[in-house]
Design a protein around this ligand. Structure first.
Ligand code: HEM
Ligand SMILES: [Cu+2]
Length: 843
């Protein structure tokens, strides 16, 4: 490789040839009209994504207003009992799953590439797919309210209330299938964000020069990878219990409703930080810009972010203080819950110190930030209160908790997000929102919020339980409730003002923004176009625009990296994860119908399942898979161009195989998700055994013989060996050996995956009889599911091989399949050891 740039020189020589910019523009030309559906550019998808999340916020908020109307006076009958239950469930679920998480990811999709000066994130079609799946799934979810079949078990859907016995209709299925599948889109977004931040940074942006926001997004995406599988597994188990009567949560047959709580809160607690950390990251970017000085204690803030992400996984039990947990673990989790306020405190002090040292600009964003600090600190304090166990026992399931959770969520994420909307609006299309309307909106939201939610602390302590649709008039709660309702409406008018402001801008009434209106120091303020920045800047510090006042002009003149489109198509530079050295030029997929159709059909498939049209659901299911094949068929282009000059003396290839390829990283992250899901199933097995060892077999009679264990394990191991053989065959271009090895390996895996349920059926185990049977067959089904995926992937690989698109110098597709394959074999062996050895050892 060529040496990197010496300090003074600019990466590309000026002036640039005229046709260069033309080529760049042509490659990134957006589609118009109906073509918008095909679009993948993060600038466009990001805006649609944010808009959809705001739409869902407004819908969920409207439900809250109706609930507040119902609660304004005692014995009210605006909403009946059953509808109220549906309303709070859809409100809570909508806010948490369809607004809070999606909007932070959406902001990431919009903002990250420009903060990293990348032309786009590494998997543009994946984010577009995630967006469409989310849009269609979310709309269907809200529609369930219209037909009065919305879920009504609360946003955390505790069984047994949500199991078949107590929720016989399809309401709960809407939640389980609707939300379960929308999580796919959250995970897709997380993969995109992780690989994007690690691999598409601008040259020179080493780990210590990553903007705080990117750190926060990296941590949050990492948390999604480890937290969301738990809720996906939980929803899958509950849905399977409902559909096939496999008793995971039914105590009479050895299940345990607490299993749900563990799995759910293992996700649910980190969820709060998944929402809060990106918001904190946004704050850490806005505060320095508004105060015109670097963030005080930058390194500490980063450590705090990473630390929060790490520790918040240990805390799920504090949502279960009232469930009869042993006292020693109670104290441990109580102390840990308080400790997690320390990193939040560090960040708050860093922001206050920065604001205090700088010369503050008073923008709308500043006001929202101050509102955020006030509300969030208040919510943190009540959080410490409920972390005290005796207090929690008092306040549990009262309005005190409703007040606390809204202080944290609205203070901690809604206010920063609105600050961010006003702050970064100019980067969208160069116009500004109205400072005057914005200030009105802020004050209405701030005052309305406190008027609405502060009294709930009091009504909660006076004994008002949460999730009641009405109350008698003689308990002293009347005034407090009326005040809360009035406050909620004032706040809603504040939100409405923001929407009006945004609509004004959309209809061309916005003021044109100056370049970098708040004089910020980070890369997203370099003027942007469909192709992102004209050239990719060389980064030397945390605030490049402050340290080099010429940077923006240099970039716009094309003096930095990749000033054009050398291969005449969309592409960006992939850099090394730590030092951000250019490694290769990644071609990026352009607009296409496939991912849109994949999103549409995936949503249709799950909606059909939710309304129990099982056979019909096969049609969109097959179409979704076909669309995915169509989508990925055109990727993995191989080195179809010679190495290209990207500036700074770097001449890089246009294709790299093996572990340096970005899609290999994407697959690896996906397997982390998969592994976490599998770990949750293993946890389920062991957990159910600890609560009901009596339904487990004692002695070896009831178990399949050891021969099955060794036989099946051998099949998995040999199948893995076949894959390694196939891999060597690819390296030597021995196509027929590869095809043969793949087919043999696949047959072995099919045999292994089928043998496992077969031998349990043989020994008389019935899935619906006991929790033991249920989890054993669940683990076996999990393996079958993986092999089915591998059948599809192998078929695809073979098709590529026959089409001449797979050989020694073009094997990225193959390598990704190999990862999934080897993982599946390993998982198969672990699963066998657990199922066959554990009952033998645990007598
Ligand atoms: C726009 C202002 C909002 C108002 C007026 C509001 C009001 C309410 C009300 C009346 C309830 C039902 C309480 C009960 O009956 O137990 C509730 C529950 C809830 N809200 Fe909000 N809310 C608002 C915004 C939000 C936001 C922004 C989030 C999250 C990001 C959120 C998350 C929740 C959750 C998770 C629940 C619990 C639902 C359950 O118990 O299953 N809310 N809210
Ligand atoms: Cu928690």
């Amino acid at each position: 490789m060529t040496p990197p740039l010496d300090d003074a020189a600019l990466p590309s020589r000026l002036p640039r040839p005229k046709e260069e910019l033309e080529a760049l523009k042509r490659a990134w030309k957006p589609t118009s009209g109906l073509g918008l559906l095909k679009e993948v550019n993060n600038n466009i998808i990001g805006v649609m994504y944010i808009g959809t999340a705001l739409l869902f916020f407004v819908i969920s908020g409207t439900l809250a207003l109706v609930m507040r109307t119902q609660l304004a006076v005692p014995e009210n009958d605006v909403l009946g009992h059953s509808l109220y239950n549906q309303f709070f469930t859809v409100h809570g679920t909508g806010m948490m799953f369809l607004f809070a998480v999606p909007i932070v990811e959406a902001i990431g999709v919009f903002l990250l590439p420009s903060m990293l000066a990348a032309r786009d994130l590494p998997f543009p079609r994946l984010s577009a797919f995630a967006f469409w799946a989310y849009l269609f799934g979310g709309l269907a979810f809200f529609c369930s309210l219209i037909f009065e079949v919305a879920p009504d078990g609360g946003w955390f859907m505790y069984p047994p209330l949500t199991s078949m016995k107590f929720s016989p209709g399809i309401n709960a299925d809407f939640w389980l299938l609707g939300i379960g599948f929308i999580e796919i889109s959250a995970i897709a977004g997380a993969i995109e964000i992780i690989v994007g931040i690690l691999r598409t940074r601008p040259p020179g942006m080493t780990l210590d020069k990553i903007p705080v926001y990117c750190w926060s997004m990296l941590v949050m995406a990492g948390m999604i990878v480890f937290a969301f599988p738990a809720v996906i597994i939980a929803t899958a188990l509950l849905e399977i219990e409902r559909a096939f009567d496999w008793p995971f949560f039914i105590a009479e047959r050895g299940g345990d409703p607490l299993l749900w709580q563990h799995l759910f809160w293992f996700f649910g607690h980190p969820e709060v930080y998944i929402i809060f950390l990106p918001a904190a990251g946004l704050v850490s970017m806005m505060v320095p810009a508004l105060a015109q000085r670097p963030l005080v204690g930058h390194d500490w803030v980063v450590v705090a972010l990473v630390g929060t992400g790490f520790f918040s996984f240990g805390l799920w039990v504090h949502h279960m203080f009232a469930t009869g947990i042993p006292p020693l673990s109670l104290s441990f989790f109580s102390a840990a819950s308080m400790a997690v306020s320390v990193p939040a405190g560090i960040q708050v002090f860093a922001w206050i110190a920065t604001l205090g040292k700088g010369r503050l600009q008073w923008t709308v964003a500043t006001w929202f930030l101050l509102g955020f600090l006030f509300i969030f600190v208040a919510g943190g304090l009540t959080g410490v209160m409920v972390a005290v166990i005796p207090f929690d026992w008092q306040a549990h399931d009262s309005y005190f908790v409703v007040a606390h959770l809204h202080y944290v969520l609205i203070g901690g994420m809604v206010f920063p997000v609105f600050a961010g909307l006003y702050h970064w609006w100019p980067t969208m299309k160069g116009t500004m929102l109205s400072e005057r309307l914005g200030r009105w909106a802020f004050w209405m939201m701030f005052i309305g919020f406190n008027v609405a939610f502060f009294p709930m602390h009091v009504s909660g302590l006076m004994g008002m339980p949460r999730r009641v649709y009405t109350y008698p008039g003689d308990l002293g709660w009347n005034v407090l409730n009326m005040v809360s309702t009035v406050g909620a409406f004032v706040m809603a008018f504040g939100v409405l003002l923001v929407l009006i402001d945004m609509a004004r801008d959309a209809f061309g009434r916005g003021r044109p923004a100056p370049e970098n209106p708040w004089k910020a120091g980070t890369l997203e303020w370099i003027p942007n176009d469909d192709y992102a920045t004209r050239s990719i800047p060389h980064v030397r510090s945390l605030y490049p625009l402050w340290d080099n006042p010429n940077l923006s002009r240099e970039v716009q003149e094309g003096a930095h990296y990749l000033p054009g489109a050398p291969t005449r198509r969309r592409e960006t530079i992939v850099t090394s994860p730590i030092e951000a050295r250019p490694q290769y030029l990644m071609p990026m997929p352009g607009p296409h119908w496939s991912h849109f159709l994949a999103g549409l059909f995936t949503a249709a498939h799950f909606i059909c399942l939710a309304v129990q049209l099982y056979w019909v659901s096969l049609v969109p299911g097959v179409l979704a898979i076909a669309s995915v094949f169509w989508w990925v068929w055109g990727l993995d282009k191989g080195a179809d161009h010679p190495p290209q000059d990207v500036g700074g003396g770097w001449r890089v290839p246009v294709y790299l195989q093996g572990s340096e390829n970005h899609s290999w990283w994407g697959t690896a992250v996906l397997l982390l998700v998969d592994g976490t899901a599998f770990a949750c199933l293993c946890f389920t097995y062991v957990f159910l055994w600890t609560v009901s060892p009596d339904v487990w077999p004692t002695g070896t009679d009831a178990l399949p013989g050891l021969g099955w264990l060794f036989g099946e394990a051998a099949l998995w191991i040999v199948a893995a060996g076949a894959m390694l053989l196939a891999s060597r065959a690819v390296a030597h271009n021995r196509s027929w050996t590869m095809r043969g090895a793949l087919l043999v390996g696949l047959l072995l895996m099919l045999a292994a995956a089928a043998a496992e349920p077969y031998n349990h059926i043989g020994s008389g185990l019935v899935a619906s009889e006991s929790a033991y049977g249920a989890i054993v067959y669940m683990l076996a089904s999990w393996q079958v599911f993986h092999v089915v995926i591998l059948v599809l992937m192998t078929g695809f690989t073979l098709a590529r091989s026959f089409a001449g698109r797979l050989h020694a110098r073009r094997r990225v597709t193959f390598d990704n399949v190999m990862l999934v394959w080897l993982y599946t074999c390993g998982q198969g062996v672990v699963s066998l050891l657990l199922v066959h050895l554990f009952p033998r050892l645990a007598v």
